[in-house]
Design a protein around this ligand. Sequence first.
Ligand code: DQA
Length: 161
Amino acid sequence: MFLRSPCANFAHIIKKEGMKKIAIINGPNLNLLGVREPGVYGSQSMDDYFGELKTLFSHRAKLTYFQSNSEGALIDELHRVGFEVDGIVLNAGAYTHTSIAIADAIRAIKAPVVEVHISNVHNREDFRSKSMLSAACCGVILGFGLDSYRLAVEALLNKAI
Ligand code: DQA
């Protein structure tokens, strides 16, 4: 059986000149970063961190941010940005472990997707070790706290150079 590589779409990113468009998409409960289980997810809010990221990449990329607690809204957003941005950084939260629908959406769009997790899901509960999304994504970055998002943006941009 031939399976198209999830990274095949890096060709799409390589061709374009200038600033790359990268969409960061966060799933359920990630609106509570900074408040939610700070021992696991840290004490910085995503608003704060996203501001830092935008500054850090201001010369290389145009970053956008979307968060929803709803599976359907995340799929709609993947469809919306998936044909216009150069890459997507996706932390689907707990939907990572359950959502065939999000995996199908990743496969349906053009932009390469990097799966991200703030925590090291492999040293937590067993159910977090299973991702429905990883096989549909170009790569996975996890366990580096909020810095996982920066590493994922770097990975997408490095593929473009
Ligand atoms: C998470 C890990 C998931 O297991 C969890 O449900 C989350 C956050 C992370 O970023 O570490 O909501 O994706």
